[in-house]
Design a protein around this ligand. Structure first.
Ligand SMILES: [Cu+2]
Length: 729
């Protein structure tokens, strides 16, 4: 009898372990493709012919065997976002796994020790923006039968531009996206709306117009489409949406026309169900949400981009359409005013004692007219309570509670402080004022508990993602702190997360706004005494062409960006070029008139202060304005009009974005100059001006037609007045 029981037990155990090792194979063929979301063809990346890629389904306990076939001519990678796996399977190019070379296949193989809603995406350059991503769903081993119907909702943002061009535009401070988004916050608008004081203060502080996102997108997609339908739902039916924000830089507001949404999981981990009317999903976050269809009509589930420039929809049920409410446009000036107040308030506060606000006190709140009844003048405690009042309930992190204890094992605690920092003017994003390429890896000991205190000192929210681990979000629920792998941190907010260091290898922690990550906003957690990563061993051909893989990994934030422009006007032709990286800038300009007079100036400089207002440079000043100084019958070559000199100088950005320049040339002559670019009179009408101690001056007006083309008129003391066309690349 006893023998039989043992046999039974061991047979059951045997079966369990067999099922636990069930290998589930997928073949993913990654290729270039062409999409047409806007009536215009654009390049994208497809997986198995589709973008987003196919949803991969597994059951907890399975072993994933995924063959990634790179059919492209460039290298690629796949990262398994939110998955607990051996370090060498994590798919971060050059950090954990070598990229998949063109026309090569790579096998990713790892056991699935968790369940929930996740995704996969490229971790090579900007490929994620081109559509290389897909959903990854791991079902529980013992789902209740019959399982609730479910639907995967992968949200994404789409631009017809090459993502490299997007990054270049951001670096070059081209504000075309603001024009497209109606968010330039120009002086005309400030005057018309009575916000002149706010605008003046913004420019006094040298802050660019505020926005909730950096990029203008042509489309927002839901599973690769503007809208989708699930007609087969009747009154009373429940459906679980597995919502994944697979976008590159867009937060989405989620609303359901049929009533409340029951949030049951976040980032793959269950939470005690909480009912909300509206929620925002950060980039790379996932939420499982249960919707109940109230009647036999067609209800909209809508995902609206946080900047309100568009949305995508999922229609549930059949019949008359019940749309979700349209969110009003943002009140940028109010947001700016609030931000300014917060910054002043914050400077007087000790950062470490700062109140955690867990998405509750968003200074951006004042920008959302539909939330303004909950006003920002209320003290914080009142705000927390008011969430349960008459107003629609908006999800925030304090509402997330794990249904099970998540306490960490008792272990020594290592505390890490991260201050999220950045410089919008030069589109530089870092942690503790250093980009990842200039910071050391953060070494951690296996077994320790790592606590990270993160303070967001920037004006944007950042969705910070930790690879290979779940962290506890310390949100006031004690032992029941929810587990997540992305934490969205609002401007001026301080949050704490913690995790048990129970892995091996090097793990990436970074902002999941793709363009922030590529600008350096990340760190690497490195386990002490890890065994060598087998995926990072280089063969002899690699040795010849490549340095240390980690150095390759650090290349992203060291890139150079280039721009050029020119104008053809009635009195002159001019041109300019520029090259920048994190610290250096080269720029050159030249003007020539139709009589052959010309002038040119170049600068090669380095920004030397933390805020990058101050640049030290060397350069040249070459000009021959002979035609213009013909004085009676003799031509006098004087210094002002005729010189070939080398110069040494400084440039400093003063309040109101006035550029102050002081230089000395190799003849010992000194020149002061003040200039201002891009003074936005209206959204598209810009004024520029320059004056210096050589009694030179220029005034220019530009009307922006497209990202590349403007109409321009100017008056210059040397070349006179004229008008024409200005091009910009
Ligand atoms: Cu960021």
């Amino acid at each position: 009898m006893r023998f039989q029981i043992i046999c039974l037990l061991s047979c059951v155990l045997y079966f369990k372990s067999v099922s636990a090792q069930k290998a589930v194979r997928y073949d993913l063929y990654i290729s270039d493709t062409t999409v047409n979301y806007t009536g215009k063809k654009a390049k994208a990346i497809a997986v198995n012919g589709q973008t987003p890629g196919p949803t991969l389904y597994f059951t907890e306990g399975d072993t994933a065997e995924i063959y990634a076939h790179n059919l492209m001519d460039v290298e690629t990678s796949i990262h398994w976002h939110g998955i607990i796996l051996p370090n060498e399977q994590d798919g971060v190019s050059y950090l954990t796994t070598m990229p998949i070379k063109p026309h090569k296949t790579h096998l990713y193989k790892f056991p699935l020790v968790q369940n929930g809603t996740y995704m996969y995406h490229s971790h090579s350059g900007l490929q994620e923006q081109s559509g290389l991503h897909g959903a990854l769903i791991i079902h529980k081993r013992n789902e209740p039968q019959p399982p609730m119907p479910e639907y995967v909702v992968l949200l994404s943002d789409w631009t017809n531009e090459n993502p490299k061009e997007v990054l270049r535009s951001l670096k070059m401070e081209n504000d075309w996206y603001s024009i497209e988004k109606h968010s330039t916050q120009n002086w005309g608008e400030a005057i018309m709306t009575g916000n002149i004081g706010t605008k003046a203060r913004q420019e006094w502080l040298r802050m660019l117009p505020m926005d909730v996102s950096d990029v203008y997108y042509n489309k927002f997609l839901l599973n690769g489409q503007s809208e989708q339908q699930i007609p087969a739902l009747k009154a009373g039916d429940k459906i679980k949406l597995r919502i994944i924000n697979g976008s590159s830089s867009t937060y989405f507001w989620l609303q359901f026309a049929g009533g409340g949404m029951s949030v049951v999981a976040s980032d793959g981990s269950d939470v005690s169900p909480v009912n909300v009317d509206r929620m925002i999903i950060g980039i790379a976050e996932t939420y499982d949400v249960i919707l109940t269809v109230p009647a036999d009509i067609k209800y909209e589930f809508r995902a609206t981009a946080e900047d309100r420039t568009g949305f995508s929809s999922l229609w549930l049920g059949e019949g008359m359409k019940m749309p979700a409410p349209t969110l009003p446009t943002l009140k940028y000036f109010k947001g700016m005013k609030m931000m300014d107040g917060m910054m002043k308030f914050n400077r007087n506060m000790d950062t470490t004692s700062m109140h955690m606000s867990m998405q509750q006190m968003d200074m951006n709140y004042v920008m959302y007219p539909e939330l303004s009844s909950r006003g920002m003048n209320m003290p914080m405690d009142t705000m927390q309570k008011s969430n349960k009042g008459q107003n629609p309930v908006t999800l925030n992190y304090t509402m997330l509670r794990s249904p099970v204890r998540t306490t960490l094992p008792k272990a020594p605690v290592k505390t890490v402080y991260f201050k999220l920092t950045g410089n919008m003017n030069r589109y530089k994003w870092d942690i503790n004022d250093l980009p990842i390429s200039e910071a050391d890896k953060i070494s951690i000991k296996k077994g320790d508990n790592v606590r990270i205190i993160i303070y967001n000192a920037t004006m944007m929210r950042h969705p910070m993602h930790l690879h290979g681990h779940f962290f506890r979000l310390l949100n006031g629920h004690g032992d029941y702190a929810p587990l997540k792998n992305v934490i969205d941190i609002m401007p001026m907010e301080t949050d704490t997360i913690e995790f048990n260091a129970n892995a091996d290898g090097d793990w990436f922690f970074h902002c999941h706004i793709l363009y922030h990550m590529m600008s350096g906003m990340g760190r690497v957690f490195s386990y002490e005494n890890s065994k060598p990563n087998p995926q990072l061993q280089m063969d002899s051909t690699m040795m010849l062409t490549m340095k240390d893989p980690y150095k390759m990994f650090l290349m992203d934030d060291k890139m150079w960006f280039y721009s050029a422009g020119g104008s053809v006007q009635s009195q002159e032709i001019s041109g300019n070029v520029m090259a920048i990286n994190r610290y250096y800038q080269f720029d050159g300009m030249g003007v020539v008139n139709y009589q052959g007079s010309y002038m040119s100036e170049t600068h090669f400089g380095r920004y030397i202060d933390k805020q990058q207002f101050l640049m030290l440079y060397v350069g040249s000043d070459i000009r021959d304005l002979k035609g213009l100084v013909n004085n009676g019958d003799i031509t006098i070559p004087n210094y002002i009009e005729n010189r070939k000199v080398a110069v040494l100088g400084i440039q400093y950005l003063l309040p109101f974005f006035i550029r102050f320049e002081l230089r000395i040339d190799d003849m010992g002559r000194v020149r002061f100059q003040l200039s201002r670019n891009d003074f936005a009179i209206t959204s598209r009408l810009r004024m520029e001006g320059m004056v210096n101690t050589d009694k030179e001056y220029e005034v220019r007006l530009r009307y922006i037609l497209t990202k590349q083309i403007s109409i321009s008129v100017n008056y210059d003391n040397d070349f006179g007045a004229g008008g024409g066309i200005t091009f910009m690349y």
